[in-house]
Design a protein around this ligand. Sequence first.
Ligand code: ATP
Ligand code: MG
Length: 447
Amino acid sequence: MTAPARILVVDDEASLRQMMDVLLRRMGHVVEQASGVREARERLDAATTPFDLVVTDLMMADGTGLEVLDHARAISTETQMLVVTAHGSVETAVDAMRRGAYCYLEKPLSVNEARAQVEKALEKRSLLKDNVSLRIITRGLTPEGGSGSLIGRSTAFQTAMEFVRRAAPNRASVLITGESGTGKELFARAIHTSSDRSSGPFVVVNCGAIPADLVESELFGHEKGSYTGASSKTLGMFRQADTGTLFLDEVGEIPLPLQVKLLRALQERKVRPVGGTMEIPVDTRIVAATNRDLAQMVKDKLFREDLYYRLNVLRLHLPPLRERREDLPALIEHFRSRFAAENGRAFVSFSPEALRLMLAHQWPGNVRELENAVERAVTLAQGARSSATTCRPSSSAPRASPARESCCCRPRGCSSRPRSRTSSAASSGRRSSAPRAYARTRRRTWG
Ligand SMILES: Nc1ncnc2c1ncn2[C@@H]1O[C@H](COP(=O)(O)OP(=O)(O)OP(=O)(O)O)[C@@H](O)[C@H]1O
Ligand SMILES: [Mg+2]
């Protein structure tokens, strides 16, 4: 049972509107009705606080439910939306999802199904409400829709956001685990941004990218002349991150001999620069990340157990994208609008076919792979602006997309034209396979 919500029901058939109205009022909600797209827009505009939920028919005499979705979404991204239609098809369902619809209900309506979906959508709405304060803080540093925004809808994503909110005010170390490209660094930034250290620095050290013999001086600094080539004194990342957060990326790569020094720095909150005699106090919060199994590394004696426990005080695990597919529509739309805006092609959109393929793909490279794939597709669409209005990047999802299928994106508003077929590139499942496949097609199509 959810708390009373304000719901707008949009349908040009009075009987169906009435039926939904009765159902929702019985559930204890406050309902307004609109008999078409124009009236829906007026009611959305007139509302002093955004509706919690919009339930809209898809095909109406004066327009489509997708227009209602777009209008509601422009007013508030927290408003949930359910689309009802007698014209069920993959294309419209996918398009509705892309525009933020929570779910798709087919006519004739089953009362039980409608009730269940309304409850689910409202549960999601209340989760979003709880997270509003956190998003506002995050927005302060990363404009909505910008490259630092955290996007997602799945329960796993909501749980991670809840973790950020709880972990932020602490000083305790955080260990973020997850496959490559799941968003570990983005979440680390969110923890920093949401904390009272946000005015301090956020310093990133990629422990895997520094030569083993330089890691100590990178982390703790060095005195002038402390080793060959140390021509001047350096502060080191710990001290650079003083009053802020130090993000130790790929922490599993820290050489064993140095792990004891790192542990000491964490325990004592002091660092000793290479070649120095004094220990210098630092006030740095540590967020570490790894895509390796640190517990197994401890068992294999490749990682110190005491350091593992010291880093693992608070733990955030980010599941792979294939296990939180609910995040896909929002992420696809986020990257589409970002790259379309960056390329001055705001009208570029994905065809239903392209969306269907993207929603079915396993994304072994997670959000990074998706981001790259969308960027390439948007770039290809841009290249298509003169004669051909379609582009045909091959799919990298062999299981989900048979060889004869392909991805396509076209400027919104253009009708679909006959497209040349390209065979799907066999993918080895490596994370860069999609971008490569897209690039291959580009060469074939435009080069
Ligand atoms: N929830 C999300 N919303 C928006 N963008 C995201 C999200 N998660 C990840 N990204 C984007 O995906 C890309 C990869 O994310 P990030 O670098 O944080 O992953 P990672 O887990 O640190 O990867 P790696 O282990 O390879 O370092 C980044 O461009 C990031 O902005
Ligand atoms: Mg990373």
